[in-house]
Design a protein around this ligand. Sequence first.
Ligand code: IMP
Ligand code: MG
Length: 190
Amino acid sequence: MQGSGDTVCMATVIPPGVEVLYTHQQIAERVAEMGAQITRDMNGEKLVMVGVLKGAAPFLADLARAIEGDATFDFVATSSYGKRLRSSGAVKLIKDLDEPIEGKNVLIVEDILDTGLTLSYLRQYFLRQHPKTLRIATLLDKPSRRLEKIEADYVGFSIPNLFVIGYGMDYAEHYRNLSDICLMKADHPE
Ligand code: IMP
Ligand code: MG
C-alpha cells in the first residue's frame, strides 16, 4: 500500500529525488501526433519498425498503435564498450534483425538520441543492407550531447542535458516501468 506522502506515477510510485518531466498523458498525445505524421509519410506503403532494445519497447508499442497501415516489428540490441571507449564510437550489436530489410521501408525506433553513437552505428549497418527507405523515430532528443552528426526524422521531445528514467528508460536497469518520463535529479552516471 502507498503511504499518503507518496507521489503516484500511474501504476508505480516515483522514487525519492525524482520528478515528472512528461506525464503519461503528454506522452500519449505526442506519440499520437508522431503516429499520424508517420502514417502520412508512409503513403500507404508497408513499414518495418525496428525497436532498439530494451528502452524503446514501450515507445514502439504505443507508436505502432498510432500508425495506420501495415507495420511489422523487428528488434535489435546494442551495447557500448566502456565509457572511455564509447567516445571512440565502439558500439556492438548483441541482437541482430530477425528478417532481411533489403528493399523495405524501415523505421528505427529509439528511446533517446543522445551522443548519436548508437544510431550512427545502426544507420550505417542498416544502410549496407539496402532498405528502400530508412528513417529514425526517437522519443527524446538531447541535441547538446551529440558527438556524431545525426538527426532523427521524428522527435517526440527535445530536452536539455538531463538524465531521465521511465517509459522504458532506465537507471542501472531499474525504473523502466514508470508510466511517466521522470527526471533523475540526483547524480547520474553520465
Ligand atoms: P547514444 O546516443 O549512443 O549516446 O546512446 C543513446 C542511449 O543511451 C539511449 O538509447 C539510452 O539507452 C541511453 N541514454 C542516454 N541518455 C539517457 C538517459 O537520460 N536516461 C536513460 N538512458 C539514457
Ligand atoms: Mg536505448
